[in-house]
Ligand binder design. Structure first.
Ligand code: MN
Ligand code: MN
Length: 300
């Protein structure tokens, strides 16, 4: 089961130049082959399908912990897309002014036709994410090797999107996720080392470019975010630390496991877009919920 927290992993700055085409490029990091939908669903199915977990518990706990984290990454990329799309059409309620005119020049018009100027689970070319991206072979060595490859591919895609999009909202998101993806790469490398003795972490980093080349990673690295694995549970998955330990392969600092989730930051409240009738519900009486809350003793 999963518990939810109404916060984002980190605070995103407001875009300087909202752009539907930047938003379309960022979609690759959500619903692309190496996007966050893929990491979430790969680790989720591998954990549900894990056989022999009594004997191999530390590996199971590691995959569960990382799978839990990827949910918040989907949220962070989605909010980045939503914020980059906000302010790219004319706000108002008069259709004859063609308020969505700019959308015809956007690389992905579905952001304006199929959703309320918000993200959908597709890639940068509008192809929907599908379960074909899930690899769950049941063979632990093969699944871990796949996960190491998936995280390295995700890292390469993030770097290229960073090189495409200069807006600070996208760069903050990529900076944070490069750091967290780096942790996952080290975690899967360490797992393969414990399982086989092969020194997989000698391959790090793939691609051959340090996270330090991306200025937004620096504050996270100085806080130690690059060497911390979160379990996303107060009680469970505690044996992940039997795999995730020792020195970080790049700076030699100790790896550590945190039981729980990062503190995070409140998610931005997306403004209404009346020209899309999003969210609509214009006739709702604001007093109604106040009256019900009073009767139920709920503070609003
Ligand atoms: Mn991720
Ligand atoms: Mn990851």
């Amino acid at each position: 089961m999963i518990l939810k927290i109404d916060r984002l992993p980190v605070e995103l700055p407001v875009p300087e130049n909202p752009s539907p085409n930047d938003a379309a490029a960022v979609q690759e990091l959500l619903g692309g082959k190496f996007g966050e939908m893929s990491t979430l669903m790969n680790y989720t199915f591998q954990s549900f399908n894990f056989r022999g977990r009594t004997r191999l518990r530390p590996f199971y706990d590691l995959i569960c912990s990382i799978g839990g984290e990827e949910y918040g990454h989907i949220e962070l990329v989605t909010y980045t897309i939503n914020m980059l799309l906000t302010g790219t059409t004319k706000r108002g309620t008069r259709p004859e002014t063609t308020p969505l005119e700019n959308a015809t020049d956007a690389r992905n018009t579905k952001h304006f036709i199929a959703s309320g100027q918000t993200a959908l689970p597709f890639d940068s070319m509008g192809m929907p994410w599908t379960g074909n991206e899930v690899f769950s072979s049941g063979n632990l060595k093969l699944d871990l090797l796949h996960n190491f490859f998936l995280e390295c591919g995700a890292r390469a895609n993030k770097m290229r999107v960073y090189e495409m999009v200069s807006d600070p909202t996208a760069r903050e998101m990529v900076g944070y996720l490069l750091v967290r993806g780096g942790v996952h790469i080290v975690a899967y490398a360490r797992a393969l080392e414990r399982l086989t003795g092969v020194e997989v972490s000698k391959l790090v980093p793939v691609p051959d470019l340090s996270n330090k080349a991306f200025p937004e990673t620096q504050k996270y690295e100085s806080q130690g975010v690059h060497r911390r694995l979160y379990t996303f549970s107060e009680e469970d998955y505690r044996k992940a630390g039997l795999v995730f330990n020792g020195p970080h392969p790049e700076d030699g600092q100790p790896l550590e496991v945190v039981f729980g989730a990062p503190a995070g930051s409140p998610a931005p409240d997306l403004e209404e877009e009346p020209q899309l009738n999003a969210p609509g519900a214009d006739n709702i009486d604001p007093q109604m919920f106040k009256d019900i809350a009073k009767k139920m003793g709920v503070s609003v």
